[in-house]
Design a protein around this ligand. Structure first.
Ligand code: CP
Length: 317
């Protein structure tokens, strides 16, 4: 297994089974600190730089919370408009990163351009963590999701994942890559214009993950152990909630998970959603025995604690 110390976390493509297990083990070791709402000095003297060129609630704050729990420092920006990258100068990633590497010991970057964190990693002498790059990947989210599955269901092997929503989204790419490393099944439900590309499906098949595609969530909900959701109604990030008014679409029943539909699910099936949600997951699902998205948010802090402690060399390997 490759060492994590000093390493970039950019993609789950090529992330090996032993690496998943190691990250989960480190997360298990650190989880009691988060559960007790304590902090330690494991990363005292280390600084995380947050470089968020796209909005985020969970990913940025979970990384920041993780860093605080581990006794480290955080600085950064959450809106590129407040930086020279977002104004008249349109400062390049290369120039920006050459500055950021002097300000901290690791960079966590979200960017609207696919591959931007990879570009940052080319120039940075410190680890770069991909917090979501355009339609690319969202590796720390999917590590969080699989860790949640392991905590809630005991293991990932042997499970069927019913993935619902826009298959072009970055989480769907990362979960596909991740599941190639487990004895798991993946079923996809998406509108035709949002389905998995032939190229990506073939790439997963070449790694022995054959994705079955169905038209309606009702066709497969009874088989699922993990109901893994993303919206199909995409937010218009250029408009406020007030401005968007009637423009918001509604999600077809094919891609919604409701209380009524969950009557057809296995009794121990869990629903994950990286959030934010639209109408594909009504709030009255929250108090069913299936909902695990709040636990998923909690484990998001634990997983970032594990990743930061690993890439900053505070853990063995
Ligand atoms: N899950 C997730 O990526 O949420 P944010 O966009 O709020 O970071």
């Amino acid at each position: 297994m490759r060492s994590f110390a000093g390493r970039d976390i950019l993609s789950l493509k090529g992330f090996e089974r032993a690496e998943f297990e190691h990250v989960f083990q480190v997360a298990d070791e650190l989880e009691p600190i988060a559960r007790a709402r304590r902090s330690t000095d494991l990363l005292a003297g280390k600084t995380l730089v947050t470089a968020f060129y796209q909005p985020s609630t969970r990913t940025r704050l979970a990384h920041e919370a993780a860093m605080h729990r581990l006794g480290g420092n955080v600085l950064g920006f959450s809106d590129a408009k407040m930086t020279r990258a977002g104004d008249f100068y349109q400062e390049s990633i290369k120039d920006t990163v050459h500055m950021l590497e002097y300000y901290g010991d690791a960079i966590v970057m979200r960017h609207f351009q696919q591959g931007a964190p990879h570009e940052a990693a080319r120039w940075a002498s410190i680890p770069v963590i991909n917090a979501g790059d355009g339609w690319g990947e969202h590796p720390t989210q999917v590590l969080t999701d699989l860790y949640t599955v392991r905590r809630e269901l005991g293991q990932v092997d042997g499970l069927t994942f019913l993935c619902i929503g826009d298959m072009r989204m970055r989480t769907m790419h990362s979960i596909g890559y991740a599941l190639t490393q487990f004895d798991a099944e993946m079923i996809a439900v998406a509108p035709p214009e949002m389905s998995l590309t032939e190229e990506f499906t073939a790439e997963l098949a070449a790694q022995n993950l054959d994705v079955r595609q169905v038209d309606h969530v009702a066709e497969a909900i009874g088989e699922a152990d993990v109901i893994y959701m993303e919206p199909v109604v995409q937010a218009d990030y250029t408009a406020s909630r007030d401005e968007r008014g009637e423009q918001v679409g509604t999600t077809p029943e094919n891609y919604r998970v409701t209380r009524e539909l969950l009557r057809e699910a296995k009794s121990d099936a869990i629903v994950l959603h990286s959030l934010p949600r639209m109408d594909e997951l009504p709030p009255d699902v929250d108090d069913t025995r299936h909902a695990r998205y709040w636990e998923e948010a909690y484990y998001g802090v634990v997983m970032r604690m594990a990743l930061l402690s690993l890439v900053l060399g505070a853990q063995e390997r």
